[in-house]
Design a protein around this ligand. Structure first.
Ligand code: SR1
Ligand code: MG
Length: 391
């Protein structure tokens, strides 16, 4: 394979110093590889004054697998441009991109070091008072401003073309909608829940609903999605929230982004159902549900307001249409949340919220809850009228 790779810390430093405000001698700067994701290489470069930036490089394969799983490097261009669009509409909620280099397939961006990985925060039962509202606001803004409600029809079609992302979409198409519904070799199934997994493979009503959701994913370019909005793509603190890592971005169904993150809160809920070390009488689980409630409420209110105040397409700004549209998005979100929950429980990529339960029987209980929640969300998504009904 012919590609450019940072071969040493010196290469990473040179790139970071050239395209950021790092100062002082390069020699005294430090480079730490901090990537814990599946796909890319991520470094923090810090100068002597304590200022730091993040460098991310995409190689033409999946990091954790190697050259045996090739992947288009165009994903990093897609990530840089998606971050820039998010930065335009919600500057406080996305890291700033300082430079994107097509040749090196690398980005230099703001270090959001004061924030921590949301998945770890949820496992540690941290309360984040602004989280739900921030996520709802991010979703409403990024999805409204990249949809037909706002963009001129020519610009919208250009956007669809610019964010064609076949390799990354194919990962989602397989891992979300195919593997968990059959005995696929990529699946990773706790033997204690094999019977429950097999029950899903036999459930033809469920498979029909999953097919409908997949068809939406394949053919409904409603807006530019983040495309992989799980709790590892969110960094948070008590004061702030940053959404990172949109390399799976493409124009798709809005409910996919909303549902992915809602699914992750419910996975955390399932995990906490079995962690008895801290007996809080379910208070943390109640907080997780409250976050989902706030997220949806903020998303709905904000999206509606954006359509009414900034919508450019009069035929879509009809109040009854907006009501209908948001109802559809709600049902889609529940369905996609269900697919995220199921694929993270018996598919390839599991989540620490459940995987870190060391007692195998307890882990299996959490997995059973996740599978039944996921199944119910997918099958009953049109009967669930509002967030209160899920809660
Ligand atoms: C091989 S990629 C597995 C998962 O990691 C990414 O973050 C996406 O969620 C993908 O499905
Ligand atoms: Mg990622």
């Amino acid at each position: 394979m012919n590609f450019k790779k940072f071969h040493s810390d010196e290469d990473v430093k040179a790139f970071a110093f050239q395209y950021s405000s790092l100062s002082g001698h390069k020699e005294s700067a430090t480079v730490t590889e901090i990537g814990d994701g599946n796909i890319n290489f991520v470094y923090r470069v810090a100068d002597k004054c304590g200022y730091s930036v993040i460098v991310k490089q995409a190689l033409p394969y999946v990091r954790i697998i190697g050259e045996g799983w090739p992947l288009s490097q165009d994903r990093i261009r897609i990530e840089a441009q998606t971050l820039q669009i998010a930065g335009q509409y919600c500057p406080d909620l996305a890291p700033e991109v300082y430079h994107f280099d097509r040749d090196l397939c690398a980005i230099v961006m703001e270090d959001i070091g004061a924030h921590q990985n949301l998945r770890h925060l949820l496992i540690a039962r941290e309360n984040l008072p602004l989280l739900g509202r921030h996520l709802g606001c991010y979703l409403a803004s990024t999805l409204f401003y990249t949809s037909d409600f706002f963009l001129d029809p020519y610009a919208k079609k250009e956007q669809v073309a610019n964010f064609i992302n076949p390799d990354l979409c194919k990962i989602t198409e397989d891992l979300f909608f195919v593997d968990p519904y059959c005995d696929h070799e990529r699946n990773s199934i706790n033997e204690l829940v094999r019977t429950e997994a097999e029950a899903l493979w036999e459930d033809s009503v469920l498979k029909l609903e999953v097919a409908k959701l997949k068809a939406k994913f394949l053919s409904q370019p409603q807006a530019l999605l983040h495309g992989d909005l799980h709790s590892g793509s969110v960094f948070a603190s008590v004061e702030g929230t940053k959404i990172i890592d949109p390399e799976f971005a493409f124009c798709g169904p809005i409910g996919f982004d909303v549902g992915s993150i809602v699914g992750n809160f419910l996975l955390s809920y399932a995990g906490h159902s079995q962690i008895a070390a801290v007996d809080d009488n379910g208070a943390y689980q109640t907080w997780l549900l409250q976050v989902i409630n706030e997220l949806w409420d903020e998303f709905e209110t904000c999206f509606r307001q954006l359509v009414l105040e900034h919508g450019t397409e009069p035929s879509l700004a009809v109040p009854e249409y907006i009501d209908w549209f948001l109802k559809e998005i709600f049902s889609d979100s529940l369905g996609f949340a269900g697919t995220e929950i199921i694929r993270r429980t018996i598919g390839l990529a599991h989540v620490a919220d459940i995987e870190e339960i060391h007692d195998l029987e307890k882990r299996a209980e959490a997995e059973r809850l996740a599978l039944s929640l996921g199944r119910r969300l997918i099958k009953s998504r049109y009967e669930i009228a509002d967030v209160a009904s899920i809660l």
